[in-house]
Design a protein around this ligand. Structure first.
Ligand SMILES: Cc1ncc(COP(=O)(O)O)c(C=O)c1O
Length: 327
């Protein structure tokens, strides 16, 4: 049996006590839990299935069967609809700053390229050695592809990234600083506001990976003045295996940034089928191709449940359990 799966034994009484005092406990009923005895501690990898998602996906199949291509009247705006729920209820951003799209890895690439292109005279990307492997590999590839330097900050696995260590890596040649907000191994929470401010002091853009924070901790995108962010929906947002990721671009940066994958879902007046790529001035310019509708419906349900529970209450419960740390 994997280490993270174990049977309830001595902890049962204490867990029942905590459940009785837990305002979020009624949300347990909202999820499919076939084995009452399984203590599932892998929601940071794949979240549980909400009951409403099971129903919503059934309806979505019916929509497909009944509406056929007319379903797109509803489906075409789904990525933005989910983005707005995430912005308002999960990520402390504004409507129109978040959209569902592609995978986290692909979104990271798109936004990192856009950021580096917006700082053409600079040649350095800063990340850290405890960042998620996909992030590190994408920056390695980007550095090789574009002749950039990768500056890798050393991070204490338990304590997480320190603002001082990031500051030491910064100078006027840095185009982009990209880190994970919550570290995937320890759960350490980075000081988003301080790191973002330090990067802005030298004129760099900041791209946060929110895969382990969205739906688990507060993500103060607006108050921290964050430029860019990406994250997945299949962990704490419970959207299911392979569900589409999201990306965030601060409203004032949207018209100025160009992402490298010029797909038709980023095009102004998309269905005019114009000859030349001319990206729309909104967050939609960071979309690429046809959205995965079933995954998007699942992300909508997951985002709604999280927003309903309240990210403040969820974060506080996580903090009390001692599983999230911050420097
Ligand atoms: C922090 C972080 N970033 C990026 C990824 C990659 O996500 P994907 O495989 O959906 O592109 C993961 C996957 O678990 C992750 O945990």
């Amino acid at each position: 049996m994997p280490l993270s799966l174990y049977r309830v034994t001595d902890f049962l009484a204490r867990a029942r006590e905590l459940d009785a005092a837990d305002m979020l406990a009624p949300f347990r009923e909202r999820f499919v839990i076939p084995d009452e005895h399984l203590v599932y501690l892998d929601g940071n990898s794949l979240g549980r299935l909400p009951r409403s998602t099971r129903e919503r996906l059934h309806l979505a199949i019916e929509e497909w069967g009944g509406d056929l291509i007319r379903g797109w009247d509803r489906w075409i705006t789904l990525s933005r609809e989910v983005g707005d729920v995430l912005a308002g209820g999960v990520l402390e951003a504004e409507p129109g700053e978040v959209v569902l799209s592609d995978s986290t890895s692909v979104n990271l690439y798109k936004l990192a390229v856009a950021a580096c292109a917006a700082r053409p005279d600079r040649h350095v990307i800063v990340t850290d050695d405890d960042n998620f492997p996909s992030d590190r590999y994408i920056f390695q590839g980007l550095a090789e592809e574009r002749g950039l330097d990768l500056r890798v900050v050393k991070t204490d696995i338990d304590l997480g990234i320190s603002v001082e260590a990031v500051r030491e890596a910064l100078d006027e040649d840095v185009a982009l600083v990209s880190l994970s907000h919550v570290a995937y191994r320890s759960g350490a929470v980075a000081d988003m506001a301080a790191v973002t401010a330090a990067a802005h002091e030298v004129g760099a853009l900041v791209l946060w990976d929110l895969s382990h924070s969205a739906g688990a901790v507060r993500v103060p995108l607006r108050s921290a003045g964050v430029d860019l962010a990406v994250g997945c929906t299949y962990k704490h947002l419970n959207a299911g295996p392979g569900a589409p990721a999201f990306l965030y671009v601060r409203a004032d940066l949207q018209p100025e940034l160009r992402q490298p994958i010029w797909g038709w879902f980023g095009q102004r007046d998309q269905f005019d089928m114009g000859a030349e790529y001319d990206p729309v001035a909104s967050i939609d310019r960071f979309q690429v191709g046809t959205p995965p509708v079933l995954g998007a419906y699942a992300a909508l349900e997951g985002a709604r449940i999280t927003a309903e529970a309240g990210i403040g209450a969820i974060a506080e419960k996580g903090r009390r359990s001692g599983r999230t740390r911050s420097r």
